[in-house]
Design a binder for this molecule. Structure first.
Ligand SMILES: Nc1ncnc2c1ncn2[C@@H]1O[C@H](COP(=O)(O)OP(=O)(O)OP(=O)(O)O)[C@@H](O)[C@H]1O
Ligand SMILES: [Mg+2]
Length: 545
């Protein structure tokens, strides 16, 4: 039996274990964090990313940078997930979460080198993150969720680090108005679904021409040239069935023996279409927005009735139209009643850049609205859209959970200070892990200082001293280049964003640290489709070699 080799893994599988695996994972994650670190904060830089097709994206958004990077390493992919989770949950703070996660791993590496077992570090980090969240709750400031002033400040801070920074005041206003418009009051607060704000973009004009529309903008045109292009006091039929004569589901054959029969057949079809149009006009509609197709003949009759019609409206837009206009979607035209019609002050087709778009606007208290983003170039509009998304998200975060913290690394510095006090009560190696966690959080003010061209060590000394003196909201004022009370300066961020940063960074770091074995299957030929005549299953293949 001696010397017999047992093949367990498929040929070509690579495996790394123990320290080696940990080191490789940590390095990969650190590289990811380093790559976004320079884009943190209002003085951070943007990144230009070129994809496989040569398309260029210019962005400052952490989640987008990592998404476009198409990373390969499994641990690096976990970091990308951190940014994605952050984006999905709260919409902002993606760069911060990745930077903190990277720093947690860097500090862990140092501890591992000092022979602290990864499990001890993971436990220490877990304790520290629980404590950090408690501290964050203690220091958070309660605000009024409908106070436009506070909301505007929060939106402005999220825009400050973006291309839109120059226009942050009008853009922040726009985000606040959009969110407050769609927010629905509940017993204990507000319910906000960010999907109720449609963000439509069209290159052209300037960023300052970006507008909030109290209604929905459809990237569609009026279906027939004979129809009106503008209807005031619109009564809108929302229909999700086709205005076409449907084909039978089974194969049918019609034998036509003479021209009269042909004519009768066509006449019948026309009659059916005409009656569909009549049902719509009888209900009192002067606008038809249809999710499906509209037959040429039906278009003709609609035009004759003076009805403005749009076909193939996206289902997601139909849902928003319901919320904006207060109408109901009719699946059967027989059921269409005057009461089901949506209302808008104006429905109009306009030429925006080279395209025609249909504006359904002036809706009364709409529960869905549109932000139409304009800008000098496609790339600018794309980045503006991402930034507006961040602004909308932070306003939503505060409306949903009305608590804020100061920015500029102030909460990170304060949590770090209190974590150090907490660490004193712990023993031995766990204490080291908690201290490492505190230091990792301080990488946020440090990076802000560095990116602003300040001396990070100098700033950190001042910052720690300020917090020791009880200046809770001392942070890095990147514009004045010194440590200052950022709450006073109106630099506010949602409590939810910071909470999520701590949660996702700690979780990701813990997860990566607990890995001591990386088994990677080789990219097999079978992945690209099995070779002909070869059975599935690895043993045979392996024994061949
Ligand atoms: N005026 C300011 N002074 C100091 N710091 C600021 C100021 N405005 C914003 N910041 C800080 O900048 C950081 C946010 O930077 P940035 O928006 O680039 O990253 P992010 O929010 O983590 O990620 P992303 O926006 O890419 O999702 C926060 O820590 C915030 O407090
Ligand atoms: Mg941000």
């Amino acid at each position: 039996m001696a010397g017999q080799s047992v093949i367990i893994l498929r040929e070509g599988t690579s495996r790394s274990r123990g320290r080696e695996a940990q080191k490789a994972n940590i390095i990969a994650a650190k590289i990811i964090a380093e790559s976004v670190k320079t884009s943190l904060g209002p003085k951070g830089m943007d990144k230009m990313l070129v994809d496989g097709f040569g398309d260029v994206t210019i962005t400052n958004d952490g989640a987008t940078i990592l998404d476009e990077m198409e990373v390969q390493h499994p641990a690096a992919k976990m970091m990308v997930e951190v940014a994605k989770t952050q984006d999905d949950e709260v919409g902002d703070g993606t760069t911060t979460s990745v930077v903190v996660a990277g720093e947690l791993l860097k500090k862990a590496e140092e501890l591992i080198d000092q022979n602290v077992h990864p499990t001890v570090i993971v436990d220490g980090y877990r304790a520290a993150s629980t404590r950090a969240l408690e501290i964050l709750d203690q220091i958070a400031i309660k605000v009024d969720p409908s106070d436009k002033n506070t909301l505007r400040k929060v939106a402005e801070v999220s825009l400050a680090s973006k291309i839109l920074a120059e226009y942050k005041t009008p853009m922040a206003d726009l985000a606040v108005n959009a969110i407050l418009q769609i927010a629905e009051k509940t017993v204990d607060g507000f319910n906000v679904d960010i999907d109720d704000v449609k963000v439509e973009k069209k290159p052209g004009e300037a960023l300052t021409d970006t507008v909030l529309i109290k209604g929905i903008v459809l990237d569609k045109e009026v279906v027939h040239p004979g129809m009106p292009k503008r209807i005031e006091d619109a009564k809108i039929a929302l229909v999700d069935s086709p205005l076409e004569v449907e084909k039978t589901e089974f194969d049918a054959k019609i034998n036509i023996e003479n021209p009269e029969q042909m004519k009768a057949f066509l006449d019948e079809e026309e009659k059916m279409l005409k009656s569909m149009v009549e049902k719509i006009s009888k209900a009192g509609a002067n606008v038809l927005l249809c999710e499906k197709g509209i037959d040429d003949v039906a278009q003709h009759y609609l035009a004759k009735e003076g009805i403005l019609a749009v076909r193939r409206v996206k289902q997601s837009d139909m849902e928003k139209l319901v919320k904006a206009t207060g109408g109901k979607v009719a699946s059967n035209l027989d059921d269409l009643r005057a009461g089901d019609l949506g209302k808008a002050q104006l429905v109009e087709e306009r030429k925006i850049a080279d395209d025609k778009m249909v504006f359904v606007e002036g809706c009364k208290n709409p529960k869905a609205v549109t932000v139409l983003v304009r800008g000098g170039s496609e790339r600018l509009v794309d980045e503006a859209e991402r930034s507006i998304h961040d602004a909308l998200c932070v306003v939503r975060d505060v409306v949903r959970d009305p608590r804020v913290v100061g920015g500029g690394g102030a909460p990170e510095a304060e949590i770090a200070r209190r974590l150090r006090d907490y660490a004193q009560k712990l023993s031995g190696k766990e204490q080291l892990a908690v201290l490492a966690f505190a230091e990792a959080l301080e990488s946020v003010p440090m990076a802000l200082a560095e990116n602003a061209g300040l001396d990070p060590i100098d700033i950190m000394v001042q910052l720690r001293a300020a917090h020791e003196k009880g200046q809770l909201w001392a942070g890095v004022d990147v514009f004045d280049g010194k440590v200052a009370d950022l709450r006073e300066k109106g630099v506010l961020e949602p409590h939810g964003v910071k909470m999520q940063v701590i949660k996702s960074a700690a979780e990701a770091a813990g997860m990566i640290l607990k890995i001591d074995d990386v088994i990677a299957a080789a990219k097999s030929k079978e992945d690209r489709g099995p070779p002909k005549g070869k059975e599935e299953g690895g043993e045979e293949g392996a024994s061949e070699f």
